[in-house]
Design a binder for this molecule. Sequence first.
Ligand SMILES: Cc1ncc(C[n+]2csc(CCOP(=O)(O)OP(=O)(O)O)c2C)c(N)n1
Length: 384
Amino acid sequence: MAKPARPRAPRAAKPAATKASPATTGGAAIPVIVETATIAGEEDAVFALRSLQQAHANNRRYDASDAELLHFYEQMVLIRRFEERAGQLYGLGLIGGFCHLYIGQEAVAVGVQSALKAGHDSVITGYRDHGHMLAYGIDPRLIMAELTGRAAGISRGKGGSMHMFSTDHKFFGGHGIVGAQVPLGAGLAFGHKYRDDGGVCVAYFGDGAANQGQVYETFNMAALWKLPILFVVENNGYAMGTAVKRGSAETHFYRRGTGFRIPGMDVNGMDVLEVRQATEVALDFIRAGNGPVLMELNTYRYRGHSMSDPAKYRSREEVQDMRDNHDPIEAARQELLKRGVTEERMKDIDKKIRQVVAEAADFAENSPEPAMPELYTDVLVGTY
Ligand SMILES: Cc1ncc(C[n+]2csc(CCOP(=O)(O)OP(=O)(O)O)c2C)c(N)n1
């Protein structure tokens, strides 16, 4: 059974360039080249690749005000309660097709997207998309109505859980083809650069998707053209039932851009303040015209891959350990308590969120299904 390895302990920053160091095998000293920096200019390149990780290591956590941390807490609670309710509606047969819950990963979407300019910067992700939409301020009623296939849904009930979209919010899906959102994200980033609008695209993908060839073709082009794109690997430990170690030769996903001169950052995705801080470092670099950044966010999904997954590939103890010891919402709650925010204040937030989610579910259940002529709309691509 796979050992729970997330979130990984922060690794110590390495020096920018190191000399040959001796190692021994059977007593004989042999030189091991750890890193070379012999070509003119290479040293700078090596430094650039590591500089963001070093900047992040020096200052890991965002200095949030109490109000900001409360807001992050509220958003994470909203995602969790929303997802729990979606799971119940799925069980009742009110949600059809696939449904992938985001429970456990809330700090990622909230930490990253709180640093973006909503409606200006673009976001694109895979099929586990409800949390990213909520984190971008999209009305929970419209998301729930989409999940239940109703006309009032954000994609008029025709997209469902995996294919939601809102150009108004610059949220570009919701994609069921693993990894497909990565080259599409480069296209969105190209659009920002072409229009010179100062926007950045965040393209999220999973540890499983990170093994797709199209990801690396995209890395090459994005780096070559210095596209304003933040690649975010949400390493939740599993691609369906395959643990990272079973499916990936390089399990440190933040290193995967090195061959394309894309700086990488290794981030604890269970700490919303660490995620936010790392995102700011990355965005500063990207917005200054330096091209893409790759962030690995180490996180964990508590529920099965989708609602139909009994999750037999891992132990209950592993999941329980993550829930008990690394939960992003509980961590934020504890931090707020330490700052003197009262239990009552947080209970009020919890109560308010339960109400918001209950209203979203009622709205979804009471909305009509799309009319038949809707089958013929949104078939061709328009201008965005
Ligand atoms: C091109 C393609 N291959 C396979 C699948 C089937 N599939 C759906 S999800 C998934 C696992 C992806 O895992 P990961 O990228 O780690 O994302 P996570 O589900 O953990 O968020 C696979 C193989 C698919 N949808 N598309």
